[in-house]
Design a binder for this molecule. Structure first.
Ligand code: GLN
Ligand code: ZN
Length: 766
């Protein structure tokens, strides 16, 4: 019989029950027992759902109060010294302090750093290693949950992060050393973990080693060989799990490692199956990840069966089936969706539905297709309906995209010639000041949007209320003395959703939540079809804002790459093509704004970096089409119209050439948290256009000092001529309150005045 299993199930709950329980506990509204009870209920419910779907092995250890990498750190006793952990079991509040810096008990300390989990939108807590790092079994959570699942009668497969991926994900603190040196001390604890699981009666453990899909340095490859030959597994069988890509040149290595099973992702990397089949030793089982754990589309079961048929014949019982990776990255249950159009709903599969697909595939292989004829017919019909749907395929969009040529992806003249035209039109001082777009989203604004959505106020009432808000925001900006104003984005719930809702080809779920980090979830839109813009989306608001002031108003859009990277994207055409379609739709919006007399248009690309492939060798391909999409969106305007873009991160030293190739007239970036370190890149690379290095951290409620801002800008001016520098905060202000915003901007403007005076003086004396 073909064994079916699952690398991991979403923990947050179909109605985000875990989120609510966590936040209530953190606030002090509930006690620990209430939280534990929610955890037990969710685990039991999720295990039952997986068993009901018919899986043979149920994952344990995928449930986490905050993050599974943090859980590994607790299991291995890797608690940074500042948390003063006395040794022994790491308690719940220490876990939360590591994650968030504070908890109902214990002193507040700096939280651990958080960063993106491979190329997903999930964020994990970075382990911190000291050079004298010791390891010891310091949490019973995994074992308790194994016992809990066994008591309920499930055949369990605990999941842990493997030693090499765990070390890879961590950071050295207090001195530089080779993380691989820690292996000698780390491995015995992994031995103890498996020993304990063995004593509990566990047969299989899933050891996640996703770094095997990366381009690994030679010493890490060597370490894989030595670790897995030294660490015997203590009689527990190990399924080495890889996902998010192909094994590439680690394929031979991964097949060779002396463990009992290997899991590969054949959704992201179907081409690796043949190579793995060639090199897999005869004693090993192969778990084929054949249902997409990263996206929400129904699987084409016929196609998968066509591939798996011969594999099944060849491997027999050694073939296992599973989703490509943990289902953490998709919503829980499609059944609860009531708002989706019926045809689109029929094309989708969330976590629960994906598990049904896995067990249908397993039965088809074991008992023949007739045994699941009904399921196959249904799936076939859905796939065919999607393929042929006129909701997806819009001839006009395809024609237009085909006709795009180079003239549409370039401005008429180069920046050097555009800049004087823009300067004489805008008449801005040296170091122009502006903001990134949003102003405080007060409770009142949110209530107004909610009332409108629920039909409690009509369109006219809503418009009047929002316009009053915009007028007020403009007035406040004028009073502060900002040079380039914005309308403040009160009408926007979310920078992607707002535009997606107005574009054809996007769909939205009621409950399609996916964990981003801790208790935070996002609800990505679904891009299901060709993208078209039925009507202007922002023009009325921005035109109104401009009518409130004589100062230049900056129109505000979310860019095509960010729209793409923060959505579930259709899988029936290349991402590049979908991105270009969005770019064309947004291009029309940009042109309409220009026609309405808006002199400056900002196209946010907050998520451009997030789309970078895991392998550096694939970066150029991605950056090529991503930059092109931005240019397609931005380049239709006249040279005197100024294009801005904004990016929310500082780590772009390695993609600076691509950023320059976007050819925005002005780019605003996040720099304040890295103390302008980012600007080092401009020593080697002469960024040709204008730049606004974010001068203060909007994530903190603290009001920045005038002197600090001046210092930062002077640092920037050493690398970029003052004529090309702007002054702005490092991101949008929507999460802040008005008093802090006004105090901070006042200081920012004071700094601008000071800087201008200094340059004046220098010019006079020089
Ligand atoms: N214009 C957006 C805002 O100010 C940009 C947000 C972002 O970069 N994440 O809110
Ligand atoms: Zn930002």
């Amino acid at each position: 019989m073909t064994v079916t299993h699952n690398p991991g199930f979403p923990r947050i709950g179909a109605q985000r029950e875990l989120k609510r329980a966590l936040e209530a506990y953190w606030k002090g509204d509930t006690d620990r027992e209430a939280l534990e009870q929610v955890g037990r209920t969710l685990r039991a419910r999720h295990w039952a759902a997986q068993a009901d779907a018919g899986l043979d092995l149920i994952p344990v250890g995928d449930f986490s109060w905050y993050d599974q990498v943090l859980d590994m750190s607790c299991l291995l006793g890797v608690v940074p010294p500042r948390f003063h952990h006395p040794g022994g079991n790491v308690d719940l509040d220490t876990r939360f302090r590591m994650a968030r810096g504070r908890a109902p008990s214990g002193e507040a300390v700096a939280a651990c750093e958080m960063t993106k989990w491979f190329d997903t939108n999930y964020h994990y807590l970075v382990p911190e290693f000291q050079s004298e790092q010791a390891f010891s079994l310091s949490s019973s959570q995994l074992f308790d949950q194994v016992a809990e699942a066994m008591a309920l009668g499930y055949r369990v497969k605990p999941v842990i992060t493997g030693p090499l991926s765990y070390l890879w994900l961590g950071k050295c603190k207090g001195g530089v050393f080779d993380k691989l040196e820690l292996l000698d001390k780390l491995l015995p604890v992994y031995g103890e973990i498996l020993q304990t699981l063995k004593e509990q009666g566990v047969e299989w453990v899933q050891i996640d080693e996703p770094i095997l899909v990366l381009e690994l340095p030679q010493d890490w490859k060597v370490a894989f060989e030595s670790v897995y030959s030294r660490w015997s597994g203590n009689g527990v069988k190990r399924l080495l799990a890889t996902y998010f890509g192909g094994l590439g040149d680690n394929l031979g290595l991964a097949c060779r490692l002396p463990v009992e099973g290997l899991h590969i992702d054949t959704v992201r990397a179907p081409e690796q199956l043949a190579g793995v089949l060639d090199q897999l030793p005869p004693y090993k089982i192969l778990s084929v990840g054949c249902v997409d754990g990263r996206n929400i589309w129904r699987t084409d079961l016929d196609r998968v069966l066509q591939t798996l048929g011969p594999v099944h014949e060849r491997l027999g019982e050694r073939l296992w089936l599973a989703p490509s990776c943990s289902l953490l990255h998709v919503p829980v249950d499609l059944e609860t969706e009531t708002g989706l159009p019926a045809n689109i709903k029929n094309w989708l599969a969330f976590a629960k539905q994906k598990l049904d697909e896995i067990t249908v595939l397993g039965r088809a292989l074991d008992k023949g297709r007739d045994a699941v004829a009904g399921e196959l017919t249904q799936s076939r019909a859905a796939i065919a309906a999607r393929r042929g749907s006129t909701d997806i395929h819009r001839e006009a969009v395809r024609k237009r995209l085909k006709a795009v040529d180079d003239t549409q992806t370039s401005r008429n003249r180069p920046y050097q010639e555009r800049a004087p035209l823009q300067r004489s039109r805008l008449n801005l001082p040296l170091f122009p000041t502006t903001t990134i777009g949003s102003f405080p989203q007060t409770a009142d604004i949110r209530a107004t949007r909610r009332d409108y959505r629920r039909g409690r106020i009509d369109a006219a009432g809503y418009q009047a209320r929002m316009k009053a808000e915009i007028a007020d925001t403009v007035r406040r900006q004028e009073a502060l003395g900002l040079d380039v104003l914005v309308h403040g984005e009160p009408e926007r719930n979310d920078m992607v959703e707002y535009f997606g809702e107005q574009l054809d080809g996007f769909a939205f779920t009621d409950n399609g939540w996916v964990q981003s980090y801790g208790s935070r979830c996002v609800k990505p839109p679904i891009i299901y079809g060709d993208i078209e813009r039925p009507a202007p989306m922002t023009v009325d608001w921005i035109r109104f804002a401009q009518s409130c002031t004589d100062r230049p108003m900056k129109g505000m859009l979310t860019g095509p790459v960010t729209m793409l990277n923060w959505s579930f994207v259709r899988d029936d055409q290349p991402r590049a093509e979908t991105c270009a379609q969005i770019a064309l739709a947004l291009r029309d919006e940009v042109l309409d704004l220009e026609k309405a007399g808006i002199p400056i248009i900002q196209i946010d690309e907050a998520a451009l970096r997030e789309g970078l492939p895991l392998r550096k060798s694939e970066w150029d391909g991605y950056l090529g089409w991503a930059v092109n999409a931005f240019r397609l969106c931005a380049s239709g305007v006249a040279d005197k119209t100024q294009i801005h873009t904004h990016m929310c991160y500082s780590a772009f030293n390695d993609i600076i050439e691509a950023i320059a190739a976007m050819d925005a007239d002005v780019i605003t970036i996040e720099t304040s948290r890295s103390d302008m370190e980012l600007l080092d890149v401009f020593e080697d690379f002469a960024y040709p256009n204008e730049i606004g290095p974010g001068v203060y951290d909007i994530h903190s409620p603290n009001v920045p000092d005038v002197d600090d801002i001046v210092l930062l800008m002077e640092k920037a001016a050493q690398r970029i001529p003052p004529e090309r520098l702007w002054i702005n905060p490092d991101c949008g202000l929507k999460t802040r309150a008005w008093p802090e915003v006004e105090a901070a901007l006042e200081n920012m403007l004071a700094a601008a005045t000071l800087l201008r005076k200094r340059v004046e003086l220098k010019r006079k004396s020089g």
